[in-house]
Write a protein that binds this ligand. Structure first.
Ligand code: FAD
Length: 622
């Protein structure tokens, strides 16, 4: 029934498992994907969206290395937005709204088209361990399948417990059973495990909503896409909508608090701080009289709608009554209620940078099992675990990404060095080198690495090299070509920048605030260069960023050096962290609770990022 021995067995076909299986197989490993339900490959458990702030950068990085998440997101997108476009390019973050069913279908088809992936539908209930090495898996029906390595990507399924009001039921996701056996065996082997919690909002019938009372949230006028390959940008898009809660809604929700598992002590584990439930929001931010709700279609054709911002585990009748008081939701009908889920995870400090466990050789963990939350975080770990499982089996050097090379490097380094006690999600603020880690240059940073190990195709590399060659040439053009005052002054005046008296290199004026490529290309010599060298929009964007942000990039490197030198500075005993408004909320809370004595001690606290340390240093005049 099975091959005598697989190179890699991947357990679970969520975002982590799907990427892990694809990567290992595309690199040449004989791979088996065992999952509890083959109909739910690539299932989006929560919101039907990919990317967003810092997560969009991760999707681009996965794509640049040769993973599938970007391509699948593009193929199933119903709306595209580049978030944070009004800020600097380090903050630009692509996000798609996706057709949930198509997303899962595209994943399944992509894996079916991957020759070295075998499939099997079963629950893995244990691992075959010989000495200190994993040698395969055991299923709940007692079947043993042997392999040289195993990647566990069990998501929210390990001893999953669903909460809706006073009701509790075992399950890994609504309608799916929990996975048992693995945690118990790993704990017996000496692993530490913990519990975490996450939640999801109700899904409703779009036909019962009054969209005329809500604010339309359209996609970008000129939509882009995730993948650096030749996937297509959307030619038309679906709108989302926005509405908000009110004090009446909050009062109705509060009526159910005594029956809430969040408040009556039934849920004991910590949930995602940045994705709180609606009851958590009205409790924690009691002074706020409304919270935004984004009303997101679940696909092109379905009438099912996702109510983003209304995640809840309150009793169904309370959810329903409160939601009916939201503007536009007066006649709402439920498809399914919101719920919370508690599940086992393994503190990721038990892993190496390759995501292999320190305790058992050739056993890898990726995704929510490591205490993260989010599809993108899971998918990127899956990709790295799949790559490294393959490389180890083939006795090749591992692929480890550094903090200045990729958000994926930051994610994994944070996880394994700092650990996490609450669901970890990526933010731009977690990356100290975020001016380097942009969404536009993920291919330049990572495709050569993906190609070197054999995952990114030749055509990907060629495309990236061409883009780099052209943008370097274009930057040099600006460095070397002079412009006379008569030509540049009208541009400078149009952006309220002081006119110049002498001719100078174009780079200098282009670097000034508010001067953009759109201005510069009005100059004849620039327009001629664009035409002669066949410069496209992507190269123009890359060039513009290289010219305008070269100073910031140098400053960032300098800052990193400073951080190293000033590690042992003392923090005054009664230091008031509330004075530092630019500290993240999480950092302030933790610093206040732990009160570190030195900056270096502060930097080791989970949730205090290197950029928080920069804020402290600046305040102390260093
Ligand atoms: P999953 O996507 O959970 O996939 C796990 C896979 O493993 C499944 O295919 C399952 O069938 C399979 N599996 C598990 N155990 C076994 C076994 N023993 N044998 C065989 N197969 C097995 N993320 C956010 O960013 N924001 C949110 O607000 C949010 N809310 C969520 C709410 C809910 C209710 C849930 C369930 C998840 C939520 N998430 C949220 C998390 C998001 O869904 C996950 O981060 C992401 O799906 C994790 O991917 P994964 O691959 O690690 O696991």
């Amino acid at each position: 029934m099975f091959d005598k021995e697989y190179d890699v067995i991947v357990v679970g076909a969520g975002h982590a498992g799907a990427e892990a299986a694809a990567a290992a197989a595309n690199l040449g490993s004989k791979t088996l994907l065992v999952t509890m339900n083959l109909q739910t490959i690539g299932q989006m458990s929560c919101n039907p969206a990919m990317g967003g702030i810092a997560k969009g950068q991760i999707v681009r990085e996965i794509d640049a290395l040769g993973g599938y998440s970007g391509i699948i997101s593009d193929k199933s997108a119903i709306q595209f937005k580049m978030l944070n476009k009004s800020k600097g390019p380090a903050m630009w973050s692509p996000r798609t709204q996706n057709d949930r069913m198509r997303f899962a279908e595209e994943w399944r088809l992509a894996l079916e088209r991957t020759p070295k992936v075998d499939f099997y539908q079963e629950m893995v209930s244990g691992l075959i361990i010989e000495g200190e090495k994993v040698c395969g898996v055991k299923t709940s029906l007692g079947i043993e399948i042997r392999s040289k390595s195993v990647v566990l990507t069990n998501g929210t399924f390990l001893n999953g417990l669903i909460h809706i009001g006073e009701r509790q039921l075992g399950g890994g996701r609504a309608g799916e059973k929990a996975a048992t056996g693995i945690t118990e065996q790993l704990v017996d082997l000496g692993f530490e495990s913990g519990r975490m919690k996450t939640g999801t909002p109700p899904r409703v019938d779009g036909r019962s909503l009054d969209y005329s009372k809500m604010i339309v949230q359209p996609g970008d006028e000129i939509p882009e896409k995730f993948s650096y390959t030749n996937t297509k940008a959307l030619s038309h898009q679906r709108d989302c909508h926005m509405t908000h809660t009110s004090t009446l809604v909050h009062d109705l929700l509060r009526e159910g608090f005594d029956r809430s598992p969040m408040f009556n002590g039934r849920i004991k584990s910590l949930g995602p701080r940045y994705c709180p439930s609606i009851e958590d929001k009205i409790n924690r931010f009691a002074d706020k009289d409304k919270h935004q709700l984004f009303v997101e279609p679940e696909g092109w054709d379905t009438v099912e709608v996702y109510v983003n911002g209304f995640s809840t585990s309150l009793p169904e009748d309370v959810q329903f009554k409160a939601l009916r008081s939201v503007v536009g939701f007066e006649n709402v009908k439920f498809f399914r209620p919101g719920y919370a889920i508690e599940y086992d995870y393994f503190p990721p400090t038990q892993l190496k940078h390759t995501l292999e466990t320190k305790l058992i050789n050739n056993l890898y963990f990726a995704g929510q099992i490591n205490g993260t939350t989010g599809y993108e975080e899971a998918a990127s770990q899956g990709l790295m675990a799949g790559i490294n499982a393959h490389l180890k089996v083939k006795e090749e050097s591992p692929l480890i990404l550094n903090r200045d090379e990729a958000y994926i490097g930051v994610l994994i380094d944070d996880l394994i060095t700092k650990g996490t006690e609450e669901p970890y999600r990526m933010f731009t603020s977690r990356a100290e080198y975020r001016t380097l880690l942009r969404q536009d240059n993920a291919d330049i940073r990572l495709t050569p690495m993906g190609h070197k190990i054999g995952l990114a195709s030749d055509s990907r590399l060629k495309r990236m090299e061409e883009k780099l060659k052209k943008s370097d040439a274009f930057v040099n053009f600006f460095r070397e070509t002079s412009v006379v005052p008569e030509d540049i002054n009208p541009i400078l005046e149009s952006v309220n920048s002081a006119p110049v008296k002498q001719s100078h290199k174009m780079f200098k004026s282009f670097s000034r605030p508010n001067v953009t490529m759109d201005h510069m290309r009005n100059l004849k010599s620039v327009a001629d260069f664009i035409e002669k060298e066949n410069i496209d929009g992507e190269v123009m964007e890359q060039t513009e960023i290289q010219v305008k942000y070269s100073g910031y990039i140098a400053k960032e490197k300098n800052n990193a050096d400073k951080l190293q030198r000033l590690e042992n500075i003392k923090i005054p005993e009664n230091f008031d962290y509330r004075l530092l408004k630019s500290l993240s909320y999480e950092a302030r809370e933790k610093l206040e609770a732990i009160r570190p004595v030195t900056i270096s001690q502060a930097s080791r606290i989970s949730g205090v990022s290197p950029s928080d340390i920069s804020v402290l240093l600046v305040f102390m005049g260093r």
